[in-house]
Design a protein around this ligand. Structure first.
Ligand code: GLC
Length: 550
């Protein structure tokens, strides 16, 4: 097995991790200070969301310089030290490559927008206005509003899949691709252990740009439906593999909204472009089509099972699965997958057990190990997340009331995943001595690293246990995956087997006690459960249990 297949990975949101300067936002030195904390969680790879120079319109996903550190985070010397000190603890640092777009303050764009015939003129996606002066197509950007913005200087529109300040790069231009590969190689030379590749399904644009059938009252269609996963995209990605990842002991994991489990084989594995792919069907259960917060679809446990098991099946012989239930764009899992009123500690532990027992590399997200829940702020103005504002405005334009629109934000805002890390019960949870850029969650006095470290029944202690178990049990580390109880409406279950080693995982999503056939666990004993006492053949509400024969 490769090193990254046996590790637990951690997604770290640096702006909210630890501030060592009293400025209200996290720093690279803050990460260095807490490397031992990460090591105590058994982490072997840390994916840090972007720390490159950026105006921070989208919290670093708008990059102005791919090979420089944003001053708010520190310096390149800090980053080099981070690589070195992390490596000493067996941790590799994973860099976030944001290659679909740059910031509008990137020098490439500043040049490109000057005229239609400068050396960078063709580095972005520029188009003339329609005859009436309106945007070239009726595409809506992912954060809301038109995906096109007029540039008076150049007298053309440019395309931005995301915010106005995030112009899309023109991957059809070989010069652009070369510059991006150069930036990626810069990070490999500095010691990167891998890359998380952002929004990669959008890099190839269709040959002909045309209007789509409107999907909302605004007469627009989501740009996602018009440009995601355009045929030919894999040619670019294989080139990326040849020019960047081949020959290095690193891993790549791509964010691939719009790629389904049955397409995975072309994207990952021996003949694929990446080692792993973040596929979203299991965390987008309420969005069968595009992610429109005011129109969630109902979902059932079977939908969750199908999504998870399809990914397991798709990566069985080819590629490898990056398991995750949270990231910096998603709600907290204790709110996302459970009915209101569920015991949050039990729910958090259940999700942890699933995360660490699926076949693949678990990606734990900052705060998940403490059992974080969503924030519910009183007014939209309290929210920082650009997509929360876009979705709120869209809901209003679709006729929803302010209260209804805010309820959608409560359920899905990305800010819930971005509140500061809760280290202790001191002011601002020990995250900063200044004013935190996002309010600390109100529960920080009880839910923090210090308090949870001292409590053997806490979510944090559970995650520490899980890391050891996963490392030591061959069935979990390298075993095959076999689905169990596929028709159950309330229980998720599977088996992992490696030679004579066997593990069975059962997790109930029901409010009422459930029973199951004891034959499933014959010859095995209970190794871990999130309730006080497991009873054979029965699962208490939201109980998760791990049976093994070792
Ligand atoms: C990805 C990132 C998200 C960002 C977007 C634009 O989806 O995960 O946080 O806003 O790309 O870069």
């Amino acid at each position: 097995m490769k090193w990254w297949q046996t590790k637990v990975a951690y997604e770290l949101y640096p702006k909210s991790f630890l501030d060592t300067r009293g400025q209200g936002t996290g720093t690279i030195r803050g990460i260095i200070e807490r490397l031992d904390y990460l090591a105590s969680l058994g982490i072997g790879a840390v994916w840090i969301t972007p720390v490159c120079r950026s105006p921070m319109v989208d919290n670093g996903y708008d990059i102005a310089d791919y090979t420089d550190i944003d001053p708010s985070y520190g310096t390149m010397a800090d980053m080099d030290e981070l690589f070195t000190l992390a490596a000493e603890r067996g941790i590799r640092i994973v860099i976030d490559l944001v290659f679909n777009h740059t910031s509008d303050q990137n020098p490439w764009f500043l040049e490109s927008k000057k005229s239609q015939d400068n050396p960078y003129a063709d580095w972005y996606i520029w188009r003339d206005a329609k005859e009436d002066g309106s945007a070239p197509t009726n595409w809506r950007g992912i954060f809301g509003g038109s995906a096109w913005t007029w540039c008076e200087e150049r007298k053309q529109y440019y395309l931005h899949t995301f915010a106005v300040q995030q112009p899309d790069l023109n991957w059809a231009n070989p010069e652009v691709r070369k510059a991006l590969y150069k930036a990626a190689n810069f990070w490999i030379e500095r010691g990167a252990g891998g890359f998380r590749v952002d929004a990669i399904t959008y890099i190839r644009k269709p040959d002909v740009f045309k209007d789509g059938t409107p999907d909302g009252e605004d007469g627009m269609v989501s740009v996602h439906d018009m440009t995601a996963n355009t045929p030919g995209i894999l040619d670019y990605l294989h080139e990326f593999k040849r020019e960047v990842s081949d020959g290095h002991d690193i891993f790549t994991v791509a964010e691939a909204n719009g790629v389904s489990a049955d397409e995975l084989k072309y994207w990952v594995g021996e003949d694929g472009a990446f080692d792993m792919l973040f596929e979203f069907s299991h965390v987008n259960l309420e969005f069968k089509g595009i992610e429109t917060w005011c129109r969630p679809d109902p979902w059932t446990l079977s939908d969750l099972r199908t999504a998870l098991f399809n990914s397991q099946e798709a990566t069985k012989d080819n590629g490898w699965y990056p398991a995750f239930f949270e990231n910096h764009d998603k709600p907290r899992c204790v709110d996302h997958f459970f009915p209101q009123g569920t015991d949050p500690v039990r729910a958090a532990k259940l999700m942890g057990l699933l995360l660490y027992t699926l076949r693949g590399t678990p990606f734990l997200y900052q705060g998940q190990e403490l059992g974080y829940s969503n924030v519910r702020w009183d007014d939209i103005s309290c929210y920082n997340d650009i997509s929360s504002h876009g979705q709120y405005e869209f809901a209003l334009s679709e006729g929803f009331s302010k209260e209804e629109a805010l309820a959608c934000v409560h359920a899905f805002s990305r800010d819930s995943a971005r509140t500061p890390m809760q280290w202790d019960s001191s002011a601002n949870a020990g995250f900063t001595t200044g004013t935190p850029w996002l309010p600390v969650h109100e529960n920080y006095r009880e839910q923090n690293v210090e308090a949870e470290s001292a409590d053997p029944d806490s979510v944090l202690s559970w995650y520490r246990k899980l890391a050891v178990i996963r490392r030591n049990l061959p069935a979990l580390k390298e075993g095959d995956f076999t689905p169990l109880l596929e028709d159950s409406e309330t229980i998720l279950a599977w088996q992992r087997t490696c030679g004579d080693h066997k593990a069975v995982i059962l997790a109930s999503f029901a409010k009422e006690p459930q029973s199951y056939d004891e034959k499933l666990t014959e010859g095995l004993h209970v190794f871990l459960t999130n309730v006080k006492q497991h009873e054979e053949g029965k699962l208490q509400p939201f109980e998760a249990v791990l049976y093994v024969n070792d």
